[in-house]
Design a protein around this ligand. Structure first.
Ligand SMILES: *Cc1c(COP(=O)(O)O)cnc(C)c1O
Length: 393
């Protein structure tokens, strides 16, 4: 195995940007003051928090007071959803989709067990939701709508502005899991009708262990963590100053690179996608080719197992991800591909390649050369070759 890593799994996590590491280091070294302390030494931490809040708000077109820092995207999602529900205890209906990240999906399933009626909206073959269907699902009892901005597996971008307009018209709070969208596509909360928006540091070149939640001024809020008065009483616990500084720096950097994501990264992604789809027989693109993040591609290769592809890619140092999750020994295709109705013989052979601005032309060429060889090798030994498309394992 070559020592070099070719990292094509940026929707799982990202490398910390050198500029981000540089920005956070002083707060891991000398500047360790608690931002809540009175003395001048802690002033640097307090100022750093303030700057980071402005940087995150700046990327999103929000006001700094509308940003609160959390430990991760999952905490941001949970805080927003539980907040809106607790603020309206008389309403017992929650609307979300079948293609959410587990951070929202499993919370929805939990709420169902707690006595909530939960509508999990389906998607079409390309993974798209219907705004009409969502609108029809709304009842007098609906407390909250939660929809992702962009899907982590397919890269599909969802109609946030349209759904937000519907929710606003009916006075229903709207939460958006924007963990995959922030930094990849422009987001302007000054005009977008959204009440809560979740993001995560480690998906945009900040370290793991920090996230943020946007809460629109005036939207219902109930703290998830209670304790000290940090984050103006909305999220107790001493602030993770180094991580928060990193998130601020990453957001500012992302703002400066959004153009690159949509030119350089998109060009590399499209080139790789085109070469794989045209060079490998029985390969299909999963997701909406028109309305997708610029960095993500999800391709299914008929008759092969995604896990096997990943193992062989790994031998070349190529990091990618498969749509299936190995749960309790049985290989289940991902809930996203199942919701899209991708046939069994394809769904099992799905691979997600997600790029970032650090990927190079040479890396793309290498993957475009190796992946067809890998698929051919696996197909030669595939036990699925003679199964019909709609076979069930
Ligand atoms: C990664 C991810 C999350 C969870 O974020 P963490 O910071 O890992 O908790 C939530 N939603 C989406 C769409 C994601 O991709």
């Amino acid at each position: 195995m070559s020592a070099k890593i070719l990292y094509f799994d940026n929707n799982a996590t990202t490398a910390v940007a050198p500029e981000v590491l540089e920005a956070m280091l002083p707060y891991l070294k000398g500047e360790y003051g608690n931002p809540s302390s009175m003395y001048r030494f802690a002033g640097a931490s307090e100022k750093a928090l303030k700057k980071a809040r402005q940087q995150v708000a700046g990327l999103l077109g929000a006001a700094p007071e509308e940003i609160l820092f959390t430990s991760c995207g999952t905490e941001s999602d949970s805080t927003a959803i539980m907040s809106a529900l607790r603020a309206q205890p008389e309403k017992k209906h929650f609307i979300t989709t079948r293609v959410e990240h587990p951070a929202v999906l499993s919370l929805g399933q939990y709420l169902e067990k707690q006595g909530y009626a939960v509508s999990f909206l389906g998607v079409d073959g390309k993974g798209r939701i219907s705004v009409d269907e969502l609108t029809r699902a709304i009842t007098k009892d609906t407390a909250l709508v939660s929809m992702m901005y962009a899907n982590n597996e397919t890269g599909n971008i969802y109609p946030v502005a349209e759904v937000g307009a519907v929710c606003r018209e009916r006075g229903i709070p709207f939460h958006v899991d924007a963990v995959q969208a922030v930094g990849k596509i422009p987001i302007n909360l000054a005009t977008l009708p959204v009440d809560y928006l979740a993001l995560s540091g480690h998906k945009l070149h900040a370290p793991k262990g920090v996230g943020a939640l946007y809460v629109r001024r005036g939207s219902p809020f109930r703290p998830f963590l209670r304790g000290g008065h940090q984050e103006r009483g909305r999220r107790a616990g001493t602030e993770a100053v180094p991580n928060i500084v990193a998130l601020g720096a990453a957001c500012e950097l992302a703002g400066r690179h959004i153009e690159v994501e949509n030119t350089q990264v998109r060009v590399l992604r499209d080139d790789l996608q085109q070469r794989l789809l045209s060079g490998i027989p029985d390969a299909i693109l999963n997701g909406d080719p028109e309305n997708r993040l610029p960095n993500t591609m999800n391709i299914s290769f008929k008759y092969v197992e995604g896990e096997a592809i990943l193992l062989l890619l790994d031998q070349y140092g190529i990091c990618a991800s498969s749509g299936s999750a190995c749960t309790s020994g049985s290989l289940e295709p991902s809930h996203v591909l199942r919701a899209m109705g991708v046939p069994f013989t394809y769904a099992h052979g799905s691979v997600r390649l997600s790029l970032c601005r650090y990927n190079t032309r040479e890396e793309v060429n290498f993957v475009a050369e190796k992946l067809p060889e890998i698929i051919a090798r696996l197909r030669a030994i595939s036990p699925y070759r003679n199964l019909p498309d709609n076979a069930v394992p």
